[in-house]
Design a protein around this ligand. Structure first.
Ligand code: SAH
Length: 341
């Protein structure tokens, strides 16, 4: 397709927030319209979610995992990781530090660790919710009944990336899981009233552009409230140790298209983007993203939660300076999705 057609597609996405699969494929494959695509996503971000940036304090409370996702450094088959679990009191003291610092959302993330029963997690959630903050969970697949208990305890949001919608690729990458159950979880979470986050990895072996277009359409079909897109970063103690890193620019394009099609959702500038590109966070914030997730876990555990190597950090003061330079500011709100379309 000629670039004039591509520019028309970008205009259409900007106004109507709809594209066909072929149109998405066209934009993802074209190398000449990236700047136009990123600036359209930036405009739509500004129009729908404004210049405020929501910070979410991330607590990585356990790196035990029953799964063996081929890309992930804390997969159960990696015997070289030193495993840790934070107690309820440790999690609560980290939350308190984050709340006192001014964070309005606490994200509790872990491997798939069923040591933490729904009841135990509920006690933690209830305590955190005594403060005026939102709680997000990112603990993997659980039965609907457990999601319900956690919601009733006060959890507001849940992050569960679909990772890829390509059925064959999903099977290969997740030997202990099924895409049907992943989707079941996402729809259960939606139905239970969670703000539901999903997303995908960019750069899985043999992942096609077509399947990335399907991923974006899946986000739309789910009506996801949050979407995190991350380039794959190979970890040396996983079966994917020899694959190339995901393409930063392609991940950014998937993110920008997601902003165009789901204009009012929350989209983080992911740590994986910042890890691959020293300006990744800033670039993402100017290409559709409006969220940053600083890691507030104790340092001794941060290094053990190594889903991929050399994870980028957030320096709070540096972030403020950078945001200021681009006319953005840290929000004082909890940052729920304000559904406009
Ligand atoms: N156990 C939780 C949290 C997983 S970690 C869950 O299942 O949702 C959060 C995200 O890290 C994953 O969803 C995955 O997309 C990403 N991730 C894992 N390994 C990665 C790697 N090697 N490179 C980039 N991102 C990775």
């Amino acid at each position: 397709m000629y670039n004039s057609n591509m520019n028309e597609l970008i205009q259409k996405a900007k106004l109507k927030h709809n594209l066909t699969k072929n149109e998405i494929i066209g934009l993802l494959s074209n190398k000449d319209i990236d700047i136009e695509l990123f600036s359209a996503a930036d405009e739509v971000r500004k129009k729908y979610v404004g210049d405020e940036v929501h910070l979410r304090a991330l607590i990585e409370f356990s790196n035990y995992c029953r799964c063996s996702c081929l890309y992930c450094g804390i997969r159960c088959d990696n015997r070289l990781v030193e495993r840790y679990r934070l107690s309820k009191d440790q999690i609560l003291s980290l939350s308190k530090i984050a709340v006192d610092f001014g964070y309005k959302t606490i994200v509790l993330q872990s491997g798939e660790d069923i040591y933490y029963s729904a009841d135990y997690l509920s006690q933690i959630i209830k305590k955190i919710k005594e403060n005026d903050v939102a709680v997000t969970l990112s603990i993997g697949e659980r039965p609907a009944e457990e999601y319900k208990i956690l919601k009733e305890a006060g959890a507001d949001r849940f992050l569960l990336r679909i990772e890829t919608t390509d059925i064959e690729l999903y099977k290969k990458m997740h030997p202990k899981a099924s895409i049907e159950n992943r989707k079941r979880c996402l729809y259960d979470l939606k139905n239970l009233g969670y703000e539901t986050g999903s997303g995908c990895l960019v750069g899985l072996p043999n992942q096609s552009i077509e399947s990335l277009a399907d991923d974006i359409l899946f986000f739309k079909e789910l009506d996801a409230d949050m979407i995190g897109i991350g380039p794959l970063i190979p970890h040396e103690n996983t079966p994917l140790k020899n694959v190339n890193s995901g393409d930063f620019n392609l991940a950014l394009k998937v993110m920008a298209l997601t902003r165009l099609l789901l204009p009012d959702i929350n989209i983080p500038a992911t740590t994986a983007m910042e890890t691959l590109n020293p300006n990744g966070r800033l670039i993402a914030l100017q290409s559709g993203a409006n969220v940053v997730m600083p890691n507030v876990t104790f340092d001794e555990y941060k290094s053990k939660y190594e889903i991929y190597p050399d994870k980028a950090k957030v320096d709070y003061n540096e972030l403020l300076t950078v945001l200021n330079k681009i006319g953005r500011f840290v929000s004082n709100e909890k940052g729920f999705r304000n559904k406009l379309i």
